[in-house]
Write a protein that binds this ligand. Sequence first.
Ligand SMILES: [Zn+2]
Length: 191
Amino acid sequence: MEEMAKLKEVNERAHDWIIQIQLKHWCVHAFDTHVKSEHTTNNITESFNSWVDKYRGYPTLMLLESLRRKMMKRMYKRLEDARKWSSNLPPLVAKKLAKSQDESRFVTVLCASDTEYRVKEDIKYFIANLITRSCDCVLWEVSGIPYKHAMAVITAKRLSAEDYIDAYLTKAAYLKTFICHSFDSISITVA
Ligand SMILES: [Zn+2]
């Protein structure tokens, strides 16, 4: 709420607009840490609308069958593409990890115990815990990828950053998602 007080000083109308939205909709600390994604928008509805495009006017069963085929094609393509990855991490995860590693150069690991590490960034301190895979900033728990504070510890301890990526975000999990799905057809002919 300290930051909100600062915002109020700068722009009271912006403060009043934000404060009327429930905290769980915009605060990182209120994100569900089980999902391992720090990016939450409803863009998917727009993408879906454009993706189904010409099928939208179809009767229900034809629409479903068309979507089933489209989905099957898409999922198989994803599987084939993923099989070609040389890394154990999907490209997007590897990119985020590299960004985190880059940003970790600007924070300092001050002291260490076997489990918890105190990390300094500018004038703020964060506690990162490699056992519980958590950090005061909450971004590791939410995203599943060590954020710069934990990354600084991982680098200082000469550990492998890949070992601290959540299992949901690995190539193995990606392949598992697309490898085994049943695509039972319904009996209908689509033009
Ligand atoms: Zn952190």
